[in-house]
Design a protein around this ligand. Structure first.
Ligand SMILES: Nc1ncnc2c1ncn2[C@@H]1O[C@H](COP(=O)(O)OP(=O)(O)OP(=O)(O)O)[C@@H](O)[C@H]1O
Ligand SMILES: [Mg+2]
Length: 277
């Protein structure tokens, strides 16, 4: 793993320094379920310290592609993958990297907030640490604070860290899940429709947070909300199903502004103007 850095320069204290952002390159990737391709022939570069949005109609393979980026796809029964996902030039499917290390380096936040409801806020933040980070006992409090600060939740919960995670609002729970993901110091954060269960105000809070964390992390977000993609993403990739029964395909990828203002493919234009999908 690359050495940790911070905006103010390298730090020697592992409890205070975020991990370096990493690059992902997807090469000729096909992901299938029970031998049937769900998304095929994908080539995509995910740049560090950028937000990349995956957009496209339901069933086009956005979640499948996202899960391929940290090998979680292979935890689904019957799932298969061909092609490569290079994490800083190392293929996660052929190199001898354990799934635990991959998921520590490439964290994930899901559509519905998934805190452990009866576990305390503090323990929720620490819940991912068995993935590999080892810290001295005294560092746990610092780590909890830092992760909650980075997730924009600290001021709302600092006086009730022992309260159950399930007592927070939906938007707070989602930020708690983001804090839990950040606490293991990933290099990349994958987010699958992280705001779809949130109200507009909580959505904007999480979007602000995404813009903030991209200073340090590489972020890939799946969203059905095109305004959200336009607001938060530097790069946008459009996927679609070309014909019924076919696997999803990556149609076009580029700077978000260009994709929304002058898409090069008709299918992209039809989708973003609401004519299709
Ligand atoms: N666990 C699974 N078993 C079998 N097929 C699956 C499984 N998960 C997804 N698929 C299929 O893979 C294809 C892509 O699904 P995926 O969930 O990746 O699409 P998506 O673009 O994320 O859709 P949505 O926008 O509805 O979340 C679909 O045809 C879907 O039916
Ligand atoms: Mg999905």
């Amino acid at each position: 793993m690359a050495p940790p850095t911070s905006p103010t320069g390298p730090s020697t204290d592992p409890s205070t320094c975020p991990a370096a952002a990493a690059r992902i390159e997807v090469v000729d990737l096909t992901a299938s379920y029970h031998g049937r391709p769900a998304v095929a022939g994908v080539n995509l570069k995910i740049e560090p310290r950028q937000v990349t949005a995956l957009i496209g109609p339901s069933g086009s393979g956005k979640s499948t592609l996202l899960r391929c980026m940290n090998s979680m796809h292979l935890t689904v029964p019957g799932a298969g993958v061909t092609g490569s996902v290079l994490l800083d030039d190392v293929d996660i499917y052929t190199a001898k990297i354990s799934p635990v290390e991959i998921r520590q380096r490439v964290g994930m936040v899901f559509q519905r907030p998934t805190p452990f409801p009866t576990m305390s806020i503090r323990d929720n933040v620490l819940a991912g640490l068995h993935l590999g980070r080892r810290l001295g006992r005294g560092s746990h409090d610092d780590l909890v604070e830092q992760a909650l600060v980075r997730a924009g939740l600290w001021h709302e919960v600092k006086d009730r860290l022992k309260a159950p995670g399930g007592r927070l609002s939906g938007g707070q729970q989602q930020r708690l899940c983001i804090a839990r993901a950040l606490a293991v110091e990933p290099e990349i954060l994958l987010m699958d429709e992280p705001c779809s269960a949130l109200d507009p105000s909580a959505t904007l809070t999480v979007e602000d947070l995404i813009k903030e964390i991209k200073q340090t992390y590489t972020v890939v977000i799946v969203t059905h909300n095109l305004q959200q993609a336009a607001r938060v993403a530097d790069t946008t990739a459009f996927l679609t199903v070309p014909a019924a029964g076919e696997p999803g395909r990556l149609v076009e990828v580029g700077p978000t502004e260009r994709i929304f203002s002058t898409p090069r493919q008709q299918a992209t234009e039809d989708y973003i103007t609401g004519k299709a999908g």
